[in-house]
Design a protein around this ligand. Structure first.
Ligand code: ASP
Length: 416
């Protein structure tokens, strides 16, 4: 009798559970520390950091290695198969409108729940809090920087917006050149097929990769959840969950034939990956895989998702709203309505400018605080637990990208 193979999504989920348990067992001074090993120099916490974490890093490195060629080649192939420049623009505009709309709703949700629970926050002492804001770019600079000055640097530095611009130029030029570009188009198509195979190989490694990514993070951050920031973290997660369950479920119900249950089941492996890696860009290959499997058109997915992994950060927006209101409370400041509107506007821009890598959202939080005249030093109050916020916000970020890709794909298909 042939044995039925366990689906990869289940394996990934089991990987997450094993990783979390392993991490909890190995927290410093936890159940496995010192007592487990005869040689007390080697604590299980150290063992995890020294031997398990590098395996997780290998997995994440591999995903990052494949992401630039995948984005570049699949966008070009997507444009070639749409074979119409006007169609690409129309998809692009719909995508951007979707992204802006969901980010706006995310901020409304984040602001309302943070205001509702504000009086329950444990107020932290701000004396001694220090944070040096890194220089952030304004919106116009972000737009100007999308256009590369050479073709190699964006690929080397994985500057996603620039990679997208290069792919758009090449794709459009292939369409315009017509027959003359045939040989080049064939090379691109064949290279795309090769990199998709490489991506598949790496994704098959994901259950093990996820155990090794998440266990050290839980061992390091687990106990911090119990601290005085528990409520703020809880509020951010409540915002994340409400936004996913209400906004995304509504959008996929209205625009697609995929039910919310099927949507969350389909996107689950990518959510686990996002939670473990805290990187939208690192999750991109798995997200593309999940979204295509749910029925979205490949040429649209390959354009909408890389764009989303760079500019659509609903989870980051919720986090920025919650933390701004929390930091204001710690400084004894009550935000006025115009200030709250400023938070919503600047957090939208800040989330667009946030890169899809771990910890990027906290850098952009400085911009939001400055816009309403709050001390940037307040960031120090939440910095220690940033990874915990980050895991959740990345899950929301990539789920929003996938929901949008499904909606745009379905709108385009029905139009025909
Ligand atoms: N880690 C997030 C992401 O990759 C960005 C952030 O830090 O907010 O989507």
């Amino acid at each position: 009798m042939e044995k039925k193979k366990m689906p990869l999504s289940i394996k990934i989920f089991i990987g997450l559970i094993i990783g979390v348990i392993l991490g909890l067992l190995c927290v410093a001074d936890g159940p496995l520390d010192n007592t487990f090993f005869l040689n007390t120099d080697i604590t299980s916490f150290k063992l995890l950091q020294e031997y398990i974490k590098p395996i997780g890093d290998i997995f994440l490195n591999l995903l990052k290695f494949v992401v630039v060629p995948i984005v570049l080649l699949s966008i070009i192939c997507g444009i070639m198969s749409l074979s119409d420049i006007k169609k690409v623009w129309s998809i692009g505009i719909k995508t951007i409108l979707f992204y802006l709309f969901t980010t706006f709703i995310a901020l409304i949700i984040g602001t309302i729940i943070a205001m509702l629970f504000k009086s329950k926050f444990v107020i932290l002492d701000v004396t001694g809090a220090e944070y040096t804001a890194k220089e952030t770019k304004n919106f116009i600079q972000v737009v100007a920087d999308m256009f590369p000055t050479n073709i190699v640097a964006p690929l080397l530095n994985a500057s996603m917006l620039q990679v997208i611009v290069i792919a758009l130029f090449i794709g459009f030029a292939i369409i315009i050149a017509g027959d003359k570009a045939k040989a080049f188009a064939n090379v691109i198509e064949s290279a795309n097929a090769v990199f998709i195979e490489i991506m598949d190989m790496i994704i098959h490694f994901s259950p093990v990769g996820i155990v090794c990514l998440i266990a050290p993070v839980i061992a390091e951050n687990g106990p911090k959840i119990l601290g005085s920031l528990a409520l703020v973290i809880g509020i951010a997660y409540l915002g994340y969950i409400i936004h996913m369950l209400v906004t995304y479920s509504t959008l996929v119900t209205v625009f697609t034939d995929v039910s919310p249950v099927k949507f969350f089941k389909g996107i689950a492996p990518a959510m686990v990956m996002a939670f473990s890696s805290a990187s939208s860009v690192g999750t991109l290959p798995i997200n593309i895989d999940c979204t295509v499997k749910m029925g979205a058109k490949k040429d649209i997915v390959s354009f909408v998702l890389p764009l989303g992994a760079t500019i659509n950060m609903d989870g980051t927006a919720i986090y920025q709203a919650v933390c701004t209101i929390f930091i204001a409370s710690c400084y004894g400041i009550n935000l006025t309505l115009p200030q709250i509107i400023t938070v919503i506007v600047t957090a939208t821009i800040a989330s667009i400018g946030t890169a899809g890598v771990p910890g990027a959202g906290v850098v952009m939080l400085a911009m939001v605080l400055q816009a309403v005249g709050l001390p940037v030093d307040g960031i120090a109050l939440v910095l220690g637990v940033d990874r915990i916020f980050d895991m959740g916000r990345t899950v929301v970020n990539i789920t929003g990208d996938s929901a949008c890709a499904l909606c745009v794909s379905s709108i385009e298909t029905k139009k025909k």
